[in-house]
Write a protein of this length. Structure first.
Lengths: 1103, 292
């Protein structure tokens, strides 16, 4: 049978090749889809062409993720579990082996949702791996980079520092001072600078890139090149590197340390040393001696110093600061070692290109990556950067349509006059909104949508290309107002059609506020970089720019204040002054008295030198201090350094960073139990509890459930029963909203319930609003509005309470109440053995080679941190709210009893019999009549909703443990592979029979007024449940938008363990994924939107 | 084109003593390095040799070449302005003739099965092709910083000839990969100068242009003029059947001497002495007493 999809992939005709997958798949039957999958799988194995192979892989991913599951509903799932062995292949990045295994399972047990999910993941990862491998291979193949991979022995080491830099005069070695601009992309041409896209679709890859100097408005006097790199020879056989902005320096004496990127904050400088060829890539792991290398490079007894400085420009500016810093560092190292023609002045075009190629290499080494336009700051002024076709002789020829490196065409003053450049400067306000978000998932989505040619996104890309021409035309014509109109159109049109997540609630509120303030004088919005919320541009009528500079900061600060609990802000918003940089990366050779490093360097290093005995300082150091003194006396720009120097001379109180008293106050105010904490701490230190002890006994037999253990379908009788109960007001909803959303914002500590995560009915809605809208809808359908309780904690109570008041409880103030948690924990520094258990014993996704090395290096550093800080001690060195933790959702139900919420509900509705408890992120769960009826009919105390497991559903499931039916947490699985035997995963939506639950606690409705009795009953009961030690990642913010993530230990008790108690009757019902799916990570959102889950949720809501 | 003239540069600061070092030639005779080089030159049929020296140094060198059959002329380089400038000093001597150019701190050993010397190989090709030819050898990228290097395409595989399209003086591997890659060589290897060229008189006008553009402290190199030559006509590079030894390297004289001796008639005698020396050295390192 001929394959339609295969024909699309191999079509010579461009229009046919651009046919979207959905156009074909929506019309195919199950059998036809299966046949297409078989044909595509054969094709991807046979094809020699990278892009045909990758497109086939993406097609296969999409069919298994979006099209086959819909056709599988109602089909038997017997035996359709995911093989652990195949999963292990996946974790080890043996994607091809994993695929073979999953396909063989599919051939034996038939198609299933579970195996399709595993296949989808495997195809997706293999496709991305193929693309990443190709980029890496192209980077290595760039002429000028290849030798660095071949130099495996110091005998072959070819570089020498230029003789001019070795001429030490009056104790001063000359300094090369490289200054580099950052870049902004005036067009935002739909992420077309992604390597994969540029290499497959060079004619569609175009950006309008401008090099700019920056100043923080109100702080700095004038814009200057934000990136500085300095190099000099020193009279010690070491490599000294320092980051002035981060205040960190290191002396490297071992070659291996150059490759240890995560050991300190100096990974970027180390990457530059390698990517510039000073320490060639081929020497990694060679065990050779750094001093020998330095002797060959600089001469006997000498080394060199390399420092970086970005003048406190905040991280996440979307101006590619780090790539251009890498470019500047590489350029200065190349100059020093004779790899450029000149020691000073601007770089030549060929030198810029090799610098850019090496910056890509450096980013790959550091496990990061951006787009090909990011090193645009190395070039001067305004330039058109375009993908170009691979020609014969190019390393990419025959592999991809385009080259890895694009072509830069400088648009000189004859094309865009200085007067137009001034006009742009006079209208544009650049800002950093304060949000710092991971754009990695967005770039993957762009690649995927491009390769699938999704109709909407492909049309949007064409539209964006048309807008690009219009933007370029408007700039050439000097029509800045039109330019603003076009960039706004781009943002609200094609960009959001391609990636709906490019916008945020904050961005849209900000644009509205600016529009309201400046009305017609606000000419347009312009998104910088991967997504909005960080670096952004606002274009104004020139006469109002000064006012806009002032107002923007106030507007942004005000909005941040309103949204700081909902969205992850990394820093206070910033407004920049900018000017176009017409030099690109350019250097100056500083000699004699001028041979000084940057002023900030001395603020950092001199306090240390001043504490040393002057007689122990080298002659060069003493001479340098004298030069600094003369310079500081005569140069006003050194005034700030003198102040900083004075500040740094005095010791600082270590604990002053974070308000400890505030933490103690919070602990006291939130029912912290110091005795319980000390007991847990002691048990953890002694090894009585810990990650390995979370597990059930190794002798436990874990088996999958049988067909009679789970109800697959509810009946019409169930629905009628449930409907009656709803009409009668016998059910209330309990939404768990106490958590800190660790995974959702990667430890940023915001309130997930208040995160405006997706647009419904034309605007962003929070999780909370969605849940209340479902309850409202249920109320409308049955004539009685169910009561709705939101459980909160120390972290979420104030913000949720304030938010609900600000929206007037969405008109549901009578039925909505909050149940504030009465338990709190203090996080602890983890035990090294728990960290090792998590990293070494638990299955882990192996990363790409470089990222894996970065992770290993980072983990070593974190182990060092745990042991230096004190394993098992209190975690206090962060913002107070980041040091506390909720103690697990088991406590949320007892809290209803302890804080009187249940008593209030029962007094309001004495007929209340059931509660529907659900997670904040289970957005498809509603008070469904059939589910409620089923729960009633089974007469169980608790009815749990389970969903059929997919690959991504990790964390336990429904099992028979030693013959008993129960939910088992992932933490408690005696063996990792046991989890993979289980068909069902816990959605954590639970129907509770109030009276039976009270009976289990040894209480009755009448006892709820007796606080002491309730407290005693709960304390007694809690002893029957296990305490888990878990590791959570928390962010610690510092500097200008810098973030560190620390794993910290905390304890939890979980509601699912109620099912292990024999005297609590439980039942289980399988629900569709649309209902039971939990949204744990923002990267899930796109798939959730595309597989129909968003529309399903919307259908349950009444706004 | 008949090539009858040669220019040997010996005016550099580092060439003050090396050309006057005594070595033992392949026939076991004591010879000055400059004499060995003059022998190499005359083996190619050259009849007249100009030696470029620093002012007042001609007498120092005269003895070293007094037994050479060719006509010897000493030319003084008025000021030390680089290698290109030394070559330019011979412009009046060269006039309109092509000439063989050599440095004075190398010795050459031929590997040619017909025992054709290196200079002879080069001159023969230059005469056959009637163009500029540089002798080259394949060199690992780790040693590029010692040499001038060329990039090009294969011209005649049977004669190991390449057409040169770029020249660079002491390139880094970064530059070499971008502009000096030559098809047919192993990865990481480049064609570097052997210290021997046959040049046409047009090079002098290029050097003159370069000299006029020099700043007060600048040096005039030859590679820039050779780079310009690539645009002016055919310029070939010939991979020598032979080896060259730069006497200016650490142990350069020792290695050069060994190479010359091992290619001469007393090869076995020298080998046996080296073997004995090695054996004693190994015994000393291992702590054993000598057997003899």
């Amino acid at each position: 049978m001929s394959s339609k999809l295969r024909e699309i992939i191999t079509a010579k005709d461009r229009d046919k090749r651009d046919t979207s997958l959905e156009a074909i798949c929506e019309a195919l039957s199950f059998e036809e889809l299966v046949a297409e999958c078989e044909s595509l799988d054969r094709f991807r194995r046979e094809s020699d062409n990278l892009y045909e192979r990758v497109r086939a892989l993406f097609f296969l991913y999409a069919i298994h993720r979006f099209y086959l599951p819909a056709k599988l509903e109602g089909m038997s799932t017997e035996g359709a579990t995911i093989s652990f062995d195949a999963y292990a292949h996946l974790l080890e990045r043996r994607f091809a082996e994993a695929l073979d295994h999953f396909l063989s399972d599919q051939a034996s047990v038939g198609h299933s949702d579970a195996i399709s999910s595993a296949l989808a993941k495997s195809y997706y990862e293999l496709a991305l791996q193929d693309l990443a491998d190709q980029v890496q291979s192209s980077v290595r193949a760039v002429r000028g980079n290849q030798w660095m991979f071949r130099t495996g022995a110091l005998e072959d080491y070819p570089l020498h520092v230029r003789p001019e830099l070795l001429q030490c005069k009056d104790g001063a070695f000359p300094v090369i001072h490289e200054r580099t601009a950052v870049r902004m992309d005036l067009s935002h041409s739909a992420w077309s600078d992604i390597f994969f896209l540029g290499m497959d679709f060079p004619s569609g890859a175009r950006v309008l890139n401008i090099s700019v100097d920056l100043a923080v408005h109100g702080r700095d006097t004038h814009p200057r090149p934000p990136v500085e790199a300095l190099f000099r020879v020193i009279d010690q056989p070491v490599i000294r590197i320092a980051s002035v902005d981060l205040g960190v320096s290191a002396e490297i004496t071992e070659l291996g340390d150059v490759f240890n990127f995560a050991k300190d904050y100096l990974g970027l400088l180390k990457a530059a040393l390698i990517a510039s060829g000073i320490v060639p890539m081929g020497l990694e792991g060679s065990g050779q001696c750094l001093s020998v290398l330095l002797e060959m490079l600089v001469g006997p007894g000498c080394g060199f110093e390399l420092i970086s400085c970005v003048n406190d420009i905040p991280k996440g500016s979307r101006l590619a600061v780090s790539t251009n810093l890498l470019g500047g560092l590489i350029a200065v190292c190349m100059r020093a070692t004779g790899q450029t023609r000149s020691l000073d002045g601007p770089l030549g075009e060929d030198e810029r290109r090799i610098t850019a190629a090496r910056a890509i290499l450096g980013e790959w080494l550091g496990g990061s990556g951006g787009g090909w336009q990011d090193s645009g700051g190395v070039w001067p002024g305004i330039k058109l950067i375009e993908g170009c076709s691979a020609q014969e002789g190019d390393p990419e020829h025959g592999i991809s349509r385009g080259r890895l490196l694009p072509q830069h065409t400088l648009l000189g003053m004859d094309v865009i006059s200085s007067e137009i450049r001034d006009r742009l400067r006079d209208s544009l306000v650049l800002v950093h909104g304060g949000m710092a978000q991971n754009v990695g998932p967005i770039l993957e989505m762009v690649t995927e949508k491009y390769l699938l040619r999704s109709v909407e996104s492909w049309e949007a890309r064409q539209e964006s290309m048309r807008l690009f021409d219009a933007i370029l035309g408007a700039l050439q014509a000097g029509d800045i107002q039109l330019l603003g109109k076009l960039t706004t159109e781009n943002f609200f049109g094609p960009l959001q059609k391609i990636i709906p997540w490019a916008t945020t609630f904050f961005t849209e509120r900000l644009i509205d506020a600016v529009k309201a303030k400046f009305e017609d004088d606000f000419w347009g919005f312009w998104m910088l970089g991967g997504m909005s919320g960080g670096g952004m541009g606002f274009i104004f009528e020139p006469s109002r720019k000064e006012e806009a500079l002032m107002r923007m900061k106030v507007i942004m600060a005000d909005l941040k204040g309103q949204l700081q609990h909902s969205l992850p802000f990394a820093m206070d918003p910033v407004v920049y002054d900018f000017s176009i940089n017409e030099a690109g990366s350019s250097a100056e050779l500083l000699k004699g008295d001028a041979a000084l490093m940057s002023p900030g360097y001395y603020g950092m290093t001199l306090p240390l030198l001043l504490r040393e005995d002057p007689r122990t300082l080298s002659q060069e150091r003493r001479a340098e201090m004298a030069r600094f003194q003369r310079k500081a006396d005569s140069d006003r720009s050194y005034d700030q350094v003198r102040d900083k120097l004075l500040t740094n001379l005095f010791p600082r109180l270590l604990s002053g960073d974070f308000a400890e008293s505030s933490l103690d106050h919070l602990l006291k105010a939130n029912g912290f139990d110091p005795l319980l904490h000390e007991r847990i701490q002691e048990d953890m230190r002694r090894g009585l509890i810990g990650l390995s002890k979370n597990r059930l006994a190794a002798s436990s037999q874990v088996q999958d459930v049988g067909p009679d253990d789970v109800a697959i379908k509810t009946t019409a009788e169930d629905e009628a029963l449930g409907r009656d109960a709803l009409v009668n007001g016998e059910v209330a909803v309990v939404t768990l909203a106490a958590g800190a959303a660790s995974r959702w914002t990667e430890g940023a500590g915001v309130v997930k319930a208040l995160h405006p995560f997706c647009k419904f009915d034309g605007r962003h809605r929070t999780f909370l609003e969605v849940h209340l809208a479902k309850t409202r809808s249920a109320g409308s359908a049955h004539g009685t509005l169910p009561l709705h309780v939101i459980t909160t904690s120390y972290l979420t109570d104030g913000p949720i309470r304030g938010f609900l008041e600000s929206v007037d409880h969405y008109g549901m103030s009578e039925s909505v109440s909050l149940s504030r948690g009465r338990s709190i924990g203090l996080r602890m520094v983890p035990m090294a053995r728990d960290l090792r258990f998590e990293w070494e014993e638990m299955p882990q996704q192996r990363l790409d080679e470089r990222a894996q090395k970065m992770r290993a290096s980072l983990r070593q550093a974190l182990l060092g941190w745990a042991s230096e800080t004190g394993e098992g001690t209190d975690y206090r060195n962060n913002l107070p709210l980041q040091c506390l933790h909720p103690v697990g959702h088991w406590y949320e139900v007892p809290n209803l009893l302890l804080n009187g919420t249940l008593a209030d509900l029962l007094s309001q509705r004495p007929q209340l019999k059931s509660l529907m408890l659900h997670n904040i992120d289970t957005v498809g769960a509603n008070v469904d009549a059939a589910m409620l009826g089923y729960h009633r009919r089974t007469n169980a105390a608790l009815t749990f909703e389970v969903i059929q497991r997919r690959l991504e559903d990790r964390g336990g499931g429904l099992a028979r443990v030693n013959g008993s039916l129960r939910l088992v947490e992932g933490l408690a699985m005696p063996r990792e592979e046991d989890e993979f035997k289980l068909t069902y995963y816990n959605s954590n939506t639970c129907w509770i029979d109030i009276d039976q639950m009270l009976t289990s606690f040894g209480l009755t409705r009448a006892d709820l007024g007796d606080a002491a009795k309730v407290a005693q009953a709960i304390r007694e009961f809690s002893r029957r449940l296990p305490t888990y030690i878990t590791l959570k990642e928390v962010k610690k913010r510092w500097g200008h938008g810098q973030e560190d993530i620390f794993p910290v230990a905390q304890f939890e008790r979980l509601w699912g363990d109620m099912t292990a108690l024999s005297d609590v009757p439980c039942s289980y019902v399988a629900v569709p994924r649309l209902r039971g799916q939990q949204l744990k990570e923002q990267a899930q959102l796109d798939g959730w939107l595309r597989d129909g889950s968003r529309d399903f949720t919307a259908s349950l809501c009444e706004w | 084109m008949g090539i009858r003239k040669a220019v040997i540069t010996a005016a550099g600061e580092r060439q003050r003593h090396l050309p006057l070092q005594t070595m033992v030639d392949g026939q076991g005779r004591n010879r000055k390095v400059l004499g060995l080089l003059a022998d190499e030159v005359t083996s190619a049929g050259i009849e007249a040799i100009a030696i470029v020296v620093r002012p007042g140094a001609a007498e120092l060198y005269r003895d070293a070449v007094d037994d050479v059959s060719a006509e010897i002329t000493f030319i003084e380089q008025k000021e030390p302005r680089g290698y290109g400038h030394a070559v330019l000093s011979a412009a009046d001597y060269v006039k309109d003739d092509s000439f063989l150019l050599m440095v004075s701190d190398h010795v050459y050993v031929s590997d040619d099965p017909n025992e054709e010397t290196c200079a002879h190989q080069l001159v023969r090709i230059a005469e056959e092709e009637d163009c500029v030819v540089s002798s080259v050898q394949s060199t690992h990228e780790g040693r590029l910083s010692n040499f001038g290097a060329v990039g090009g395409t294969l011209f005649d595989a049977s004669r190991d000839l390449y057409e040169v399209n770029s020249v660079s003086e002491k390139p880094t591997p970064t530059e070499a990969e971008q502009s000096l890659m030559t098809p047919g060589l192993r990865h990481g290897f480049y064609l570097t100068f052997f210290g021997m060229h046959v040049l046409q008189p047009s090079v002098m006008s290029l050097l003159e242009e370069g000299a006029r553009a020099l700043g007060p402290n600048d040096q005039l190199d030859l590679s820039s003029a050779l780079q310009k030559l690539t645009k002016r006509g055919r310029y070939l590079a010939q991979v020598m059947k032979g080896r060259r030894y730069d006497l200016d390297f650490r142990h350069g004289l020792l290695i050069g001497q060994l190479a010359v001796s091992l290619s001469g008639q007393y090869r076995d005698e020298v080998l046996s002495m080296i073997t004995d020396l090695l054996a004693r050295n190994v015994q000393r390192d291992s702590g054993n007493q000598p057997v003899i």
